[in-house]
Write a protein that binds this ligand. Sequence first.
Ligand code: BTN
Length: 277
Amino acid sequence: MGDPADQSFATTLTQQLQTRLLGTPLHFFPTIDSTNTYAARLARDGAPEGTAVIADSQSGGKGRLGRSWISPPGVNLYLSVILRPPVPAATVPHLNLLAAVAVADTIVQVCGLTPAIKWPNDVLVGGKKVCGILAEMQTEASALRSVVLGIGVNLNAPLSAFPEELRDKASSLFLSGGRLVDRPAFAADLLTHLEKLYVLWLEQGFRALRPAWEHHAAWMIGTQVTVAAPEGTVVGTVLGLDSDGALLLQEGNSGTSRRLLAGDVTVVGGYTHGVRS
Ligand code: BTN
């Protein structure tokens, strides 16, 4: 049993949920190692699509590329949702882009701030990362069984929650917008946006999500970036997004265009979009 504030987060969220699929059932923990790890276990045990796991804090929050995700109690959102889309495993990366759009739309709606998506799925406000997304899939004989879509949003974390070396790169919506964010309201709205986009993607594929993703990531077009991709480091100018969500780059020295399916983007010369001077 956690403290009463934890329980009221779960109770209020349950009362505010307006979804048909996502968030039912909802597992809430005052603290857990990682909501993604727990959700993956539930998925292996046959939990239905839509099952959500939320924790008030994580002791082993997982980030992309083996990094950790700072997960202090009482301030942020740590959410994992089990999905069972009847699609080929190769299209699972679309869910990262889908989740980034859902988070960006929720930030606009609940906080009135202007988020920016950095390919593939970082959500920034004022030039600093406020959200990370980690989609992990389970396959069986190369068939997709389930996906755990993990989303961490820094809602009300104070500056002291971030180690010194992250303070110029990461922030919270509270620090960026100056107002505390209602955690259950944000979580309920995010699940609504996620569900709407997920249904759209199932029915119409990635092309239906692309305009919304491009809207939030429009700042990237023409920007010089370095991408740490699995195939090596690529430096170039962003041309746009391919029809399947791949990043299209014009390579610096050769002028040839490149398609990247995964990677970590750094803006050459630093990120300036939406940064207050
Ligand atoms: C990233 O590195 O940007 C991805 C971070 C993903 C963090 C979330 S918090 C909820 C879920 N549980 C985890 O352990 N990780 C994801």
